[in-house]
Design a protein. Structure first.
Length: 190
């Protein structure tokens, strides 16, 4: 890995925030590659994930059971997302954040941090694709999360968090490979 955890979160957060910053309110009801979410729902989900993964970095309880409507409740939800992603990176950079286990399942903190990074990458792609924007993830972030997600996704699929893998051609890009692993079709269009 060529970047430390702070740099990885900074890179992933900036690129995800750029996608959210470009979402026009008129696109909030548009479909996304996540069939269960429209753009508004996915923005709410991603912002909630970013907030809850801060708690996990601090070894505090998290609550993924309900998702607030950040878009309706926060007039500057785009700005809040940028601030929360910066806080997320800071949370995982604190001493001890990557040590031990965290969360209800007692997963290794290093694995949980990569779950957060992966959510930033995958959902930024989802939102970019849904709104006709371009998204290019940081290559170091992709290289860092790929092996962790390769291990996590099959278990997550059994729990209903991911769809069945999608076939991609041999030599597909690292992003397309990750998306396909999570059940997303890299060729998806609205």
């Amino acid at each position: 890995m060529s970047k430390d955890i702070t740099e990885l979160f900074e890179a992933a957060g900036h690129r995800a925030a750029a996608v959210l910053d470009g979402i026009d309110d008129s696109a909030l009801d548009s479909p996304t590659p996540c069939a269960e979410y429209d753009v508004r729902g996915l923005v709410n989900h991603l912002l909630h994930v970013v907030v809850q993964f801060q708690a996990l970095a601090a070894k505090e309880p998290s609550d993924f059971a309900t998702t607030p409507d950040y878009v309706a409740d926060e007039p500057d939800w785009r700005g809040r997302f940028a601030k929360e992603t910066a806080r997320l990176g800071e949370a995982w950079a604190r001493p001890g954040a990557l040590e031990g286990a965290t969360g209800l399942m007692g997963m290794p903190a290093t694995t949980v941090s990569r779950m957060a990074l992966g959510d930033l990458v995958v959902h930024a792609w989802d939102l970019a694709r849904a709104t006709g924007r371009t998204y290019v993830p940081d290559p170091d972030v992709l290289a860092d999360i790929a092996p962790v997600w390769a291990e996590l996704v099959p278990g997550g699929r059994k729990m209903g968090a991911f769809g069945e893998p999608v076939d991609v051609p041999e030599g597909a890009s690292p992003l397309d490979t990750l998306l396909a692993l999570t059940g997303r079709d890299p060729r998806w269009r609205p």
